[in-house]
Design a protein around this ligand. Structure first.
Ligand code: GLU
Length: 449
């Protein structure tokens, strides 16, 4: 892979490599942003003088702690948990918690770093943070998940606050886990501090449309990308990886807008249903019964299940990776380009490898990075915080219209910024520069902190 780094940024990147050994996902996320920032330093030399980039690459605070808990058989387990409070120039640290066995500091830092620019792009008053644990919720009973969440919060609560750090969900953390964490926070602090967590139940301070927001927002963004090329979603063949919260609501909105979603997946494999995926079955399997996507074929005999090849081998016009980091390789990207794909927009965080991105960019396919395309989730979290602060709750229609407005705004700022910097259609450049400048200006105004 060719590294395209401005000479002024090489020592900064080398320093990141040196100080964060082995954290390969973090290195990848930093490099992707730094590759866009050369022209920004030329335009704003004061950012270089104030070492804004070096400061942004170093988290303000990193918390690592032990989470002991007991399983249903009485055996003790020890997990490790993290909260990386990356940047608070624009507002309280904001970003989800991920529970997955792959979680280690390098994953939390890549996610936290991305979150800074994503949150900035929303235009809302939220800083960047992220957390998680190597706890694996798969196969755990409800009681075990509850005990784990309570134990985790018994340490994490002291670092949180509606004006300090506001976690939410991510992979492995949904409404159930947020409920257990909120209950424990409320009990320890003796405060009903609604705005300390987002993704809450809609009966107790959660926002309508938050659950749907990342997936819906991704489709609103995709629609804008198509509009910019005088095209629309109507009749388009779409492949969406994953079958979690992001994928499910991306499928829902894509179908509402006339697209035909023909495939989705989980960590075991993928299903293809040329008639269009029946979302009711996917929701029942995944949201209610916590089963495998493979079981879809029990209910739809026209569909097939594939576990020995990549979902990106299925020809489509629009590809929306909504599963996890580095799920789409250069080989996958080449297959997509060759089969006539015109748009890739990321619902997951960093699902395309650095080599995969280069394939898309060389082919001049329109490719939108997650920090822009999936920002609808965190943006609606900020709307939840707004409702909590005013002790109000908004209708689904109003909240969704705010979400759509925000996604249209993010698309516009990415598109216009890429054009301004001489590379129209380069959403990576547009997102990185527009996201960076807002944070850099705030840091610059606040002095050396
Ligand atoms: N985990 C989501 C993300 O990657 C949402 C974070 C939030 O709502 O705070 O942006």
């Amino acid at each position: 892979m060719t590294i395209r780094l401005d000479a002024r940024l090489v020592p900064i990147y080398q320093d990141v490599l040196h100080r964060n050994p082995g954290e390969i996902e973090f290195h990848q996320a930093v490099l992707e942003v730094l590759e866009s920032l050369g022209p920004v330093l030329t335009k704003y030399p004061e950012f270089a003088d104030k070492k804004i980039i070096q400061r942004i690459c170093e988290p303000e605070r990193q918390i690592i702690f032990r989470v002991p808990w007991r399983d249903d058989a009485g055996e003790i387990h020890i997990n490790r948990a993290f909260r990386v409070e990356f940047n608070s120039a624009l507002g309280p640290y904001k970003g989800g918690m991920r529970f997955h066995p792959s979680v280690y500091l390098g994953i939390v830092k890549f996610l936290g770093f991305e979150q800074i620019f994503k949150n900035s792009l929303t235009g809302m008053p939220i800083g960047g943070g992220k957390g998680g644990s190597d706890f694996d919720p798969k196969g755990k009973s409800d009681d075990e998940v509850e005990r784990f969440c309570q134990s985790l919060m018994l340490e994490m609560y002291r670092h949180l606050g509606e004006h300090t750090d506001v976690p939410a969900g991510d992979i492995g953390v949904g409404g159930r886990e947020i409920g257990y964490m909120f209950g424990q926070y409320k009990r320890i602090t003796n405060r009903y501090e609604s705005g300390v967590l987002t993704g809450k139940g809609t009966d107790w301070g959660g926002s309508l449309a938050r659950k749907e927001a990342t997936g819906y927002g991704l489709i609103f963004f995709t629609q804008e990308m198509l509009k910019a090329q005088n095209d629309s979603l109507e009749g388009k063949k779409v492949v969406i990886s994953g079958s979690g919260n992001v994928a499910i609501y991306a499928i829902e909105k894509a179908q509402q807008l006339g697209a035909i979603v023909i495939a989705c997946s989980d960590s075991g494999g993928f299903i293809v249903d040329e008639n269009g995926i029946d979302l009711t079955t996917v929701k029942r399997l995944k949201e209610q019964e916590r089963r495998r996507i493979k079981d879809y074929t029990e209910y739809h005999t026209t569909a097939r299940y594939v576990s020995d090849s990549s979902i990106w081998s299925i020809p489509c016009e629009i590809a929306l990776p909504c599963a996890t980091q580095n799920e789409l390789t250069a080989e996958d990207a080449t297959m997509l380009v060759n089969s006539g794909c015109i748009i890739v927009a990321e619902g997951a965080n960093m699902p395309t490898t650095a080599e995969g991105i280069q394939v898309f960019q060389q082919a001049k396919l329109r490719y939108a990075p997650g920090k822009a395309a999936n920002a609808g989730g965190v943006a609606t979290s900020a709307l939840e915080m707004q409702q909590n602060a005013s002790r109000d709750s908004w209708s689904t229609e109003y909240t969704q219209s705010r979400l759509e407005e925000i996604m249209v705004g993010i698309h516009k700022s990415c598109f216009d910024t890429a054009k301004e910097y001489g590379d129209e259609g380069n959403y990576v450049l547009g997102a990185n520069i527009a996201g960076f400048i807002r944070v850099a200006r705030a840091m610059s105004a606040m002095g050396l902190i």
